[in-house]
Design a protein around this ligand. Sequence first.
Ligand SMILES: Cc1cc2nc3c(=O)[nH]c(=O)nc-3n(C[C@H](O)[C@H](O)[C@H](O)COP(=O)(O)OP(=O)(O)OC[C@H]3O[C@@H](n4cnc5c(N)ncnc54)[C@H](O)[C@@H]3O)c2cc1C
Length: 252
Amino acid sequence: MSEKAEKSPVVVAGAGPTGMTAALALRARGVPTTIVEADSEDRNRDGTRAIYVHGSTLRTLERIDPGLGKRLVERGLVWPTRRTLWRGEEVFSRTYDDPGGSGDIPHFTSLPQTDTETFLRDALEENGVEIQWDSAVERVESGPDGVRLETAGGDVWETEYLVGADGAGSTVRNEIGVDFRGSQSENSFVIVDVEETPENPCRTNGCSTTSIPALAGETCWSSRSRAGGAWTSSARSPTTRTDSVARRSSAR
Ligand SMILES: Cc1cc2nc3c(=O)[nH]c(=O)nc-3n(C[C@H](O)[C@H](O)[C@H](O)COP(=O)(O)OP(=O)(O)OC[C@H]3O[C@@H](n4cnc5c(N)ncnc54)[C@H](O)[C@@H]3O)c2cc1C
């Protein structure tokens, strides 16, 4: 092993939600951990993506860093109403009496993934967990004495454990020959983020809205944040035209 190698008991590859949560959880147990991340520190992670955060996830975050789960709750929104539309007509609507539950942590909250990641990054900084940016893991050798990894920039790390949290196309998984198991959708998806303005407020008003996917239809799921931003995610079948999805999504 190289004398110049950096050492850390645990290295986490990837500073997405999974990697940051894993590093925080390890830190909470007193395990020194470093994150190596392919992107630069000033990367653009715009896009709402995982906007639904389950209560169990919030409780996990609260456990590993007291206050973190509650910060997500304060920032997010609990929808009281679910609506289902079919070709523009409402076919189902249900308003829950107690959608958030009665405790400090609701059943779920909804906020952009970028906000969740900001809270996680702040928590890492407060807990002294370092992220090495611009450090894409390129090679991984795993053996009985530990793991040796090399980054694209030529840095070498020696560690007892490497956590592969480097996303769907994980280099770590490929390097150690682990398959990505599970089902995969054949559909194409179009995601549209819509910013709410005071002149054009979002009509969903805190609802989760779904259009039933008829065979050639699309699914639309909308919500609205307390901070005033609105976002809409649209999924489409392969036969639906992208411009039609975008037009209809912005109209709801
Ligand atoms: C368009 C879109 C819409 C989505 N909508 C939803 C939704 O509505 N609800 C929902 O629950 N989920 C949604 N998701 C999924 C959600 O975003 C992911 O589940 C979540 O980001 C997974 O987190 P992760 O940390 O595992 O991986 P990622 O967020 O992919 O993070 C992986 C990290 O690893 C880094 N990395 C990659 N390769 C390397 C390498 N070789 N070395 C070091 N670092 C590396 C990446 O730069 C990244 O920072 C959506 C995803 C997309 C793309």
